[in-house]
Design a binder for this molecule. Structure first.
Ligand code: FES
Ligand code: FES
Length: 236
């Protein structure tokens, strides 16, 4: 008789090392997920350990485990694994079919900027990421829908030297206060500069109209984005 194996049984993720941001990251960088210069050290997902639930064999290589499972336990079905391209890196992640992209970024990849929990129902915009260059709410997007697409988060944008003027302008103009809404606003800011080059106040306010800030930083985003746009020269 075929053995039934759940997805949870199949994967035992051994750990995600170094997910916590360092103490030096208490400025705009940490609000966006981690300081850009520390990003490579602090948000490195490592040491995955996959355990076969039927015989206990362990491997750090997903493909090797799938091969083992197919050869040694052909009677059991192999669960699926999603591959997501996040900030230019491909991540193989095990997700439940109902997991949103926000949950997946937080639980499976260890990102904390756009992925932290806010309204989680499409009302505030704080979870906004770019999917193939266009803003999308990660709390209302299924992770499995994102395979084959390019996902950008505030961490990836802040770590890109080309977008350093945007980070600096956000810090200079105090565009982040409590910081809850900031990763979503910041991600849309990149989209605005790429779309308009030198955006007007009206264009910025219209594009950011879905991003709610309870601290009332709205005017500061306009100042920061316009100043950064001039420095970035239209994102080109
Ligand atoms: S957390 Fe996604 S819109 Fe509020
Ligand atoms: S900075 Fe506090 S919610 Fe926007």
């Amino acid at each position: 008789m075929a053995q039934k194996v759940s997805r949870r049984d199949f994967f035992k993720v051994g750990g995600m090392a170094g997910v916590a941001a360092s103490a030096v990251g208490l400025g705009i960088g940490s609000i966006l997920g981690a300081p850009a210069e520390a990003r490579a050290e602090t948000i490195t997902v490592t040491d995955f350990v996959y355990t076969c639930p039927l015989c206990g064999r362990q491997t750090t290589d997903y493909d090797a485990l799938v091969k083992h499972f197919e050869e040694e336990h052909p009677e059991a079905a192999v669960p699926e694994c999603a591959t997501l391209a996040i900030n230019g890196t491909e991540f193989k992640v095990q997700v439940e079919p109902h997991w949103t992209l926000r949950e997946t970024l937080l639980k499976a990849v260890g990102l904390t900027g756009n992925a932290k929990e806010m309204c989680d129902r499409g009302g505030c915009g704080s979870c906004t990421v770019l999917i193939d260059g266009v803003p999308a709410l990660s709390c209302t997007t299924l992770a499995v829908e994102c395979q084959g697409k390019q996902i950008e988060t505030s961490e990836g944008i802040a770590a890109d030297e080309r977008w350093r003027p945007l980070v600096e302008a956000y810090a200079k103009h105090d565009a982040a206060q409590c910081g809850y809404c900031t990763p979503g606003q910041f991600t849309v800011a990149k989209y605005i500069i790429e779309k308009y080059g030198q955006p007007t106040e009206e264009q910025i306010r219209a594009e950011l109209s879905g991003n709610i800030c309870r601290c009332g930083t709205y005017s500061r985003h306009v100042q920061a984005i316009q100043e950064a746009a001039a420095a970035i020269e239209g994102g080109n």
